[in-house]
Unconditional design. Sequence first.
Length: 292
Amino acid sequence: MDKDNQTITLKDGRKLGFSEHGDLNGKPVFFMHGNPSSRFLRYPDDSAKNLGLRIITPDRPGMGLSDFKPNRKPMDLPDDMVQLADHLKINTFSIFGASAGGVYTLACARKIPERLEKVVVLSGGAPFNYAADPFQGMAKNWKKIFVMFQKFPVWLQKLMLWIGKRKLDKDPEAAYQKMVLDSCHNEADKKIALDPALKAWVIGHSGESMRQGTRGVIHEMKIVLSPWDFNPADIKKHVDLWYWEDDPLVPIQMGKYLASVIPNNTTHFFPGGGHLAALGAWRDVLKSITGK
């Protein structure tokens, strides 16, 4: 069986795509990818296998192999994860999410705590109404992108993404330089982005998030820029929070806000780093999940 391109049919008839890697007989861990991204997001090494972890990464609706779901909100996703876990005959599992995947990780912690073991958020954004100025600490180019998605009509958002996808398809190497390296604001991020194995893996799978078009990515941006449909203060499950001080996309104050409202948490706030530091810390994060 192709473990990178699996699907199940959910109760409402939608297809849900997912991948598995690592030790397929190991401890199950669900990973929530960022945006734009897909089930292929990972650091391409043998860390999961060596640590005895079975990493299961679902495509969110409208991305990769997963069917689009109109009007979905973060608290809709835990139901999909329960169905996926039941299909795989998994009772309890750990879960971690990076960047835009953080809100879904926390939604699972809020809605299905009885199914979860460890919960980890890596550079995950806060609700965009968490502060009077949610852009505080964010790099100018990222703020510009978010403001455009706030103000531009949907047809223009689609055009922007379509143009980006055309460039990606035409010259993946050049698109990588533009989309990834140009967004690295420090040497730490550049070092991670230039890692040959990671670069080849990302370029090889970079178009998967828009396999079905732009709807999934656009709806994800809408969710990122909206208040959440749950209160993180209501999360009773313990949450590990990992953030880096020099992250230009998810400023560390977002992590500090979540730490101030989630009742039971442990913070891992690191100096330096950047938004790619979560991938650079891949093995350390997985090791923390094993408890070793």
